[in-house]
Ligand binder design. Structure first.
Ligand code: CAO
Length: 241
C-alpha cells in the first residue's frame, strides 16, 4: 500500500486536533482488521413487522405501571436465535481448516456511546424471554453509556445485531465482528404501501442488511437466512417451531 497522505491542513484553513478515545482506538483497529481480512458480502432485504409492532405496543401498554418496556431489538435477538438454530453455519467461527460450530447462543448488539462503539453481549439468549432480554439490554446499554462494561459483558458473542432503527437510514453494510461470521444490520422501519392482491395497504417494513463471511457462507444461505429472519418477525409464533 502507498503511505497515508500527510497533509498540512492549516494551509487550507483553521483546524482543531482531538485525540481518539480509548474505545475508538481499540474498535478502530478491530474494525480495520475485520474489513481487510474477511471477504464481506451484504444481502439487503425487507420484512413486515406490522403485527409484531402492534403486539409490542399492546404489551408495553399492559405493563406500563410495572415499568416493563419491550424493544424491537429484543425481538430481533430471539429471531436471531431461531435463525442461527436453522442455519448453524452462521453460528460458527473459522479456526484454520476447521469450522467451530457453537451450541450456545450469545447475541451481541452494537451500542453507541459518547466514547465510541461497543458491543455488549446477551448471554444464552435461547434460554431467555423477550422481557428479560429487553431488561438485560437496557442495563447493558446503560453500563455502556456510563463506561462501566466489564470485559465479560463484551465477550463470547456468536452473532451481532447493529440497529440504527432509532436513528434512521435505509440500509448499510455492517462490518463483521470477528471471529463471528455474520452480522445483522437493521435500519428504521417505515409505513409502506403493499399490494395485498386487491388493494395497496399500509404495512410497517423493516430494512435488513446481513453481512456474511464468504469463506464460510454463500449467497443462497444468506438469502435464506434473511428470508427466515423476516418470516419470524412477520409471525413471531415461528420462534416456537
Ligand atoms: N424502526 C423504527 N423505530 C425504531 C426501530 C426501528 N427498527 N428501533 C427502535 N426504534 C425506535 C423505538 O421505537 C424508540 O422510539 P420511542 O422512543 O418513541 O419509543 C426509539 O427508536 C429508541 O429505541 P429503543 O429505546 O428501543 O432503543 P434501541 O433498542 O433501538 O437501541 C441501542 C438501543 C443501545 C442499540 C441504541 O441506543 C444504539 O446505541 N444504537 C446505535 C447502534 C450503532 O451505532 N450501530 C452502528 C454500528 S456500526 O458503526
Amino acid at each position: 500500500l502507498i503511505p497515508w497522505p500527510k497533509v498540512d491542513f492549516t494551509k487550507f484553513g483553521e483546524i482543531e486536533r482531538k485525540d481518539l478515545s480509548r474505545i475508538n482506538k481499540i474498535s478502530g483497529a478491530n474494525l480495520h482488521r475485520n474489513w481487510v481480512m474477511i471477504p464481506h458480502v451484504t444481502n439487503h432485504d425487507d420484512c413486515d413487522i406490522t403485527e409484531l409492532e402492534v403486539f409490542r405496543v399492546a404489551i408495553n401498554k399492559e405493563n406500563e405501571k410495572a415499568g416493563v418496556k419491550l424493544t424491537m431489538l429484543a425481538f430481533m435477538v430471539k429471531a436471531s436465535v431461531a435463525a442461527l438454530r436453522k442455519f448453524p453455519e452462521f453460528n460458527s467461527s473459522l479456526d484454520g481448516d476447521q469450522l467451530v460450530l457453537k451450541k450456545y447462543f450469545h447475541i451481541g448488539f452494537a451500542a453507541d456511546t459518547p466514547g465510541g462503539l461497543v458491543v455488549p453481549v446477551i448471554k444464552d439468549a435461547d434460554k431467555k424471554g423477550v422481557i428479560q432480554i429487553s431488561q438485560e439490554m437496557a442495563e447493558l446499554a446503560r453500563k455502556a453509556r456510563d463506561g462501566k462494561l466489564s470485559p465479560a459483558d463484551m465477550s463470547g458473542a456468536c452473532f451481532t445485531i447493529s440497529s440504527l432503527g432509532g436513528i434512521g437510514g435505509r440500509y448499510f453494510t455492517p462490518i463483521i465482528n470477528a471471529p463471528e461470521v455474520a452480522i445483522m444490520g437493521v435500519c428504521k422501519s417505515q409505513l409502506e404501501p403493499k399490494w395485498d392482491g386487491k388493494a395497496f395497504v399500509p404495512r410497517l417494513i423493516l430494512p435488513l442488511s446481513l453481512s456474511w463471511d464468504h469463506r464460510v457462507i454463500d449467497g443462497a444461505s444468506a438469502a435464506r437466512f434473511n428470508a427466515f429472519f423476516g418470516q419470524v418477525l412477520a409471525d413471531f409464533r415461528r420462534v416456537l417451531l
